[in-house]
Design a protein around this ligand. Sequence first.
Ligand SMILES: [Zn+2]
Ligand SMILES: [Zn+2]
Length: 305
Amino acid sequence: MGSGATVFRTLRPRGKHEPDNYANLYDLVTHREKRSVQDILHRTHVAAFYLYCLKKTNYFTMDVDCDTNRRLTDDELFIGSLLLHHLLLLQFNAFEVSELRQLGNEQETVFIGGSIYPTLALLNHSCDPCVVRYHRGTTVVVHNIRELHAGEAITENYGPMFMLHPKEDRLQTLKNRYWFECNCIACCQDWPTLEQMKTNTSLRIRCSHCKNSITVTTESMEFIVHCMVCSKTTKLLPVLKVLQETENKYSVAKRLMDKHNYEKALAEFMALLSLLHKHMVPPFRDYHLCQQAIRQCMLTFGNKL
Ligand SMILES: [Zn+2]
Ligand SMILES: [Zn+2]
């Protein structure tokens, strides 16, 4: 490992991120220090096997001697150490590559392999991610699925989404697979799943002044609500009007999606999402259903089977 680290120290970009610099890939997290001896030994065996395959297929052009008992050359040691290093970092940084299979109105995501994108690997996980990712050819496309503001972290999803999986399951999955405790907003605020939101009796209205949330119960008869943060008032009537129109707007967009008119459907869903975002603070069932639909539309722009 030492030889690789020494060589790539000189390649490391200073300051600005350089997407094509190999050092960005080499420097991705491996959690080597937290691994058990058995884990490292197992991956070392795999690396040794790959190195053997490279030797057998004449990767090392100078190598005419296939005697397995001789000492490894410096080149072989260097490549072997890189193979091991990559095997260690794959666990925490590899992305699933998938394609979409359209079966009538149903869509199915089909897993076809794994890949490493050093820049994308820098994005942190959130159980409520702000981007969706799909593949076009060998290029990965990352697109936001909600409003993003300057300085806000761009978050990805490593598997469990808050809408579908309860908090305990998500935390366990992330801990087992990626060795971290999730402290995303959905976990910290213990957001309900989509199913649990069906029985929600409160709404989180967005304060029209400071944009913080004001919780009101669905039985509330007030037409003006007070913000605890800025002490100003927000009118409830425009919010209720938007909520009344949501179902209709969602149906229009859904019909377009069902007719496979994904570009138009996406525009409708995006407009609805913006409207909901203006008046409501997540988690909010209609908002997340709309996000799900946006995700579905965008996936159709990627590779298809
Ligand atoms: Zn989380
Ligand atoms: Zn306020």
